[in-house]
Write a protein that binds this ligand. Structure first.
Ligand SMILES: [Ca+2]
Ligand SMILES: [Ca+2]
Ligand SMILES: [Ca+2]
Ligand SMILES: [Ca+2]
Length: 452
């Protein structure tokens, strides 16, 4: 069983030079981040039968205390559009105590956490249960301050089913298995040797393992670019990306944001199995606009249910488009009210799909909600393998309605792996067939009373 788990996660364990196995008897307090993948089985769980129901849209924090054998695992929104929470057994306590779960060291490199698990989806009654999850936790042989954490296929009292995680049966509309992967750093450790803690660097999106402790590789050390108060790091041009992430002159130019890592990642470090995690993008815009904030993450259920959702995609757990690049979202401000077109140029470190296979989703305000819709192909140009130019203007192919000179604009490039789908400026059909099937399952489960 352990061999199988180790094989499945081998790409994630290559942080050091050697493939690792679990480390028993860990001590100390570690902080880090994880990404959840929720898998479900429509029937009996066996390898190959599972569906990915969703992922976390962002990395979420966790803290492991190996001296007192408890862990605090924070949740986030899932790509299917609702939140999950890891809780204490019985959902007892207040504040962080309510989210703190005990674990046992199985002395074979695995650790079993006994915890509650809840999803906040009112359509299925916000179901929760008590369960357990077994983790393999491995100290990096090259860095004793770092542990790599993966979820083991563990079915207490049963046979492992080939799917990472432990089955939760009869609580959610399907049998589900949460799979957490991530890492954590010893409290107070500073792998860069610059006095800035690894924990703070990860929270700021910096790479604690970067060569010369220089995440953006511009020759200026992170510690210097963070400024006198690393807890309030310098963002000289106030574009929402700190100096330590923006290489060179980009740090002084609010019309150019650089060093924004896709999928809420950390530049230069692939933490998850997603190929583009750790790659970066930059964007530029002309006068009188400037950037004021940038976020990235995994695409969530944000496509317009009345619009383009005839294109099947993975945000609902359907087989279909995969948003490999996730979303990247910009806040912009104009120094004057204008009606001129806004041209935004986006450059991805990763290669973009070729023109004939590129779909570009972008945000549009619909009934006060931000929705991602497929852009009409005449609203943007693919300039080369890495660069897109997008034109936004009032009543244009992509309608721009800047409110008082403030604009939020999110994009998600996607490779069209489905073929033949043509998107025009008009709307597509209704909700996808697979999504309808899933909704039917949810409704049936409620009628049968399988969900409290
Ligand atoms: Ca399993
Ligand atoms: Ca630097
Ligand atoms: Ca900046
Ligand atoms: Ca900048």
């Amino acid at each position: 069983m352990k061999l199988k788990a180790a094989l499945m996660v081998t790409p994630l364990l290559m942080i050091g030079s050697a493939v690792m196995a679990g480390t028993p008897g860990l001590t100390g307090i570690y902080h880090g981040q994880h990404l959840i993948t929720m898998r479900g089985c429509p029937g009996a769980c066996q390898a190959g039968s599972e569906l990915v129901l969703g992922k976390g849209i962002q990395n979420a924090d966790w803290s492991w205390n190996f001296d007192e054998d408890w862990v605090l695992i924070r949740g986030t929104t899932l790509t299917v559009g609702f939140d999950y929470e890891v809780q204490s057994i019985g959902n007892q306590g207040q504040g962080d105590d309510r989210l703190t779960a005990g674990f046992t060291d199985n002395l074979d490199g695995t650790y079993t956490v006994y915890h509650g698990f809840q999803i906040y989806n009112p359509n299925v009654g916000n179901p929760r249960t008590d369960t357990s999850t077994t983790f393999e936790i491995t100290e990096d042989p090259d860095n004793p301050n770092l542990v790599v954490i993966t979820t083991v296929d563990d079915e207490p009292g049963g046979v492992p089913d080939g799917i990472p995680g432990t089955q939760i049966v009869g609580v959610f509309p399907m049998t589900v298995q949460p799979d957490f992967e991530g890492s954590a750093r010893l409290e107070g450790s500073s792998s860069g040797g610059d006095g800035i803690s690894d924990q703070l660097k990860e929270q700021l999106g910096l790479n604690p393992d970067a060569d010369n402790a220089d995440t953006d590789g511009d020759g200026l050390p992170d510690a210097e670019e963070l400024g006198a108060d690393p807890e309030n790091p310098l963002d000289s041009d106030a574009d929402g990306v700190i100096d330590a992430l923006e290489p060179g002159e980009a740090a002084q130019d609010p019309r150019l944001v650089a060093g924004a890592a896709l999928l809420d990642g950390i530049p230069g470090r692939q933490v998850t199995g997603d190929a583009l995690s750790g790659t970066t993008a930059e964007a530029s815009v002309g006068e009188p606009w400037r950037f004021t904030g940038v976020t990235s993450g995994y695409m969530s259920l944000a496509t317009d249910p009345d619009g383009d959702s005839a294109i099947p995609d993975t945000t609902r757990g359907d087989a279909g488009l995969e948003y490999q690049y996730g979303f990247i979202r910009f806040d912009m401000q104009a120094s004057a009210m204008i009606s001129d077109p806004v041209t935004v140029r986006l450059t991805f470190q990763a290669t973009l799909p070729e023109s004939s296979r590129l779909l570009l989703y972008a945000t549009q305000a619909i009934d006060g909600n931000e929705r991602y819709q497929v852009m009409a192909s005449d609203a943007y140009q693919r300039l080369d393998d890495h660069t897109l130019e997008i034109r936004l203007y009032d009543n244009g192919p992509w309608d721009l309605n800047p409110v008082a000179g403030v604009l939020t604009f999110g994009v998600a490039p996607v490779e069209n792996t489905l073929g033949g789908h043509q998107e025009s400026s008009g709307n597509g059909g209704g909700i996808g067939g697979a999504a309808l099937a899933l909704l039917a399952i949810l409704a049936a489960c409620r009628r049968r009373g399988a969900v409290p």
